[in-house]
Ligand binder design. Sequence first.
Ligand code: ADP
Ligand code: MG
Length: 221
Amino acid sequence: MSIACSELTKVYEGGKAGWPALRGLSFEIRTGEFVAVTGPSGCGKSTLLNIIGLLDEPTGGAYSLNGRDVGSMSDSERSGLRLGEIGFVFQSFHLLNSISAADNVCLPLLYAGEYGAAMRHRAAELLKKVGLHGKEHKTPLELSGGERQRVAIARALANSPRIILADEPTGNLDSASSREIMGMLSELNSEGITIVMVTHDRDLAARAGRNIRMRDGRIEP
Ligand code: ADP
Ligand code: MG
């Protein structure tokens, strides 16, 4: 899925007056790319990722996904696209700690209308894919940080997304786990999934196919 943004701006209601979070970003990400977004804290990386992921809307400018203008879609078209095509991975995992790894992976499958044995089988397959075979019944609190992020990746993969958006996915991990997660994202990219990853880690950014550097709501040339 290609991502094309033109003169994207974002002003938060209740944000600092006269300080837009995004100030006119134009860029393209082609299908199958692995792009790292870097830049200092507060420069607008998460804002951009949320807009790309259809979790938030820009104040101005245009965004098209696979050639289709997102601005002219209905809310239900947008959420359908988000559920079906986009997987999210967050720095703090965003797992439910009271249920098992498998149940966390089942949640998006339930939303998609799967149930019963087929759903459980798919969750087990996804956990196996991320190297967690045998740990399906552990709760997140019984897993290491790196393992929790693997569960989150398995969950992100549940609906076979064509884009994965990762916001500082290694921000809470030690360097060995960070490399593992980066390796996993690279592997998914080699399977054809477009990846956009926000990171502070220069070594990881260097391993992406391309970097987009941001500062003060703009892309640095
Ligand atoms: P980054 O991810 O690069 O650290 P963010 O996208 O989170 O940056 O934030 C960009 C700017 O927008 C910051 O000045 C931040 O304070 C502001 N901001 C982010 N989210 C909100 C919000 N929900 N309401 C108001 N201001 C926000
Ligand atoms: Mg952020």
